[in-house]
Write a protein that binds this ligand. Structure first.
Ligand SMILES: [Zn+2]
Length: 407
């Protein structure tokens, strides 16, 4: 549906006459402008107008949707996922219940390397089919744009296979997709003792082919203890830049291991995870353009510390929220649950969490001109909620489904 009007809206949420030109920081993150008793008109898939009271006559021709007192908000932007994978990893979930840590499982060939073996054995069609189902699931849960990473290939053939699957998804997806090359997700077992040889393969084999076939928008590196160190991360991000790929980093998940420092030094778009940050990391982020992406469903699922959201916000860092949907550490792409966790576990207010999952997340995918707020000229990708007493009900009702309709 490309042309329609929604009437009888209790609150239109995230309404900005002029879209913010920078991610919201500090106290501004709590600024979630509401327009009560509202209507909105969408024409050719674009937000053309909105206002209060009765729908103006000039829009009477448009098909009407009665929101019946529900709220209308911009769809979520999920800036960090790994939804192309061949098999779920519920055995590792049980192993962790019985006492093994994520790092122990990874050291024994589980974790990312387990997923890599499964991806190598899967056909492109199989990967496409299961990833498409996950993509539709996310879209039906309110996600209006999504980033998808490779990284379960860890050799040239499989990494390219994953990125071709993401390209196919882009062609048929109901929501915009950004593709991220994550060949540096882990060292393959055969390169554990010769790490530079694998880095050379990424730089000399993978990146040129990815660029030649236009298969990625960003490059990502897992910069952490037992994975890629700061020097290796910077080397890879610099190589990506030569092909026009900006950086997005996995950092500070396992410790104070330099991910933020590497991201800021290389002017990365975002540094994601941040379960471990000291004042130094917070200050560095606050004085940079790099966005700190927090993935609370991963902390929830792995039982690891949550990011210090209050410290990051107070310190002035730009933060966003994403699902990290992946088979090992966050097998869910439900952004409404991510928002609930941000409120319950990280003490973000509902307004802060919704902004972090919409407007700031749009910046993390460089889609701030298309998504993230209710602004004329942006895409008409909207969530209509069931009638709820206030927007605070959304995170309060954790795990519940308050979505009436996705547009
Ligand atoms: Zn991830």
């Amino acid at each position: 549906m490309k042309d329609f009007a929604i009437t009888n809206i209790k609150n239109l949420v995230g309404v900005w006459e002029q879209s913010p030109t920078k991610p919201l920081r500090g106290n501004d993150l709590a600024n979630l402008p509401l327009l009560p008793d509202a209507w909105i008109a969408i024409q050719d898939g674009i937000i053309s107008d909105y206002g209060q009271g009765v729908l103006p006559h000039k829009y009477n021709e448009l098909p009407h949707l009665d929101a019946q007192g529900g709220h209308v908000l911009p769809c979520y932007v999920d800036s960090h996922t790994h939804i192309v994978y061949a098999a779920c990893r519920e055995q590792e979930f049980v192993a962790r219940i019985k006492g093994q840590t994520y790092e122990e499982i990874a050291a024994n060939g589980g974790g990312i390397l387990n997923s890599a073996n499964r991806v190598a054995a899967a056909t492109e069609d199989e990967l496409f089919k299961s990833a498409f189902e996950r993509l539709i699931l996310c879209a039906n849960q309110g996600t209006g744009a999504i980033e998808i990473k490779s990284g379960y290939g860890l050799n040239t053939d499989s990494e390219l296979k994953m990125l071709r699957v993401i390209k196919r998804l882009k062609d048929v997806s109901p929501i915009p997709i950004k593709a991220t090359f994550l060949g540096a997700h882990a060292f393959p077992l055969e390169y554990k003792q010769n790490q530079q040889a694998y880095i050379d393969i990424i730089i000399n084999e993978m990146l040129p082919q990815i660029a030649a076939n236009n298969l990625a928008d960003y490059i990502d590196v897992f910069c952490d203890r037992g994975f890629f160190n700061v020097e290796q991360t910077r080397q890879l991000l610099q190589a990506g830049k030569q092909y026009g790929l900006k950086g997005k980093i996995h950092g500070n998940e396992l410790g104070l291991t330099g991910g933020v420092q590497a991201a800021v030094a290389e002017n990365a778009i975002s540094v994601d995870h941040l379960e471990h940050t000291s004042n130094e990391e917070i200050n560095l982020l606050a004085n940079s353009e790099t966005i700190g992406t927090m993935l609370p469903s991963t902390a929830f699922f792995l039982g690891i510390p949550y990011p210090n959201a209050r410290g990051l916000i107070k310190g002035g860092a730009a933060v966003c929220l994403a699902s990290d949907f992946n088979p090992g550490s966050s097998p869910s792409g439900r952004m409404s649950f991510v928002i609930s966790l941000a409120c319950i576990k990280m003490k973000m207010t509902p307004a802060e969490a919704i902004n972090a999952a919409t407007v700031n997340a749009a910046f993390a995918l460089e889609m701030q001109n298309e998504l993230g707020t209710i602004t004329r000229g942006k895409l008409g990708k909207l969530i209509i909620t069931k009638p709820i007493s206030s927007l605070d009900f959304l995170p309060y009702n954790f795990g519940g489904d308050i979505i009436e309709k996705i547009l």
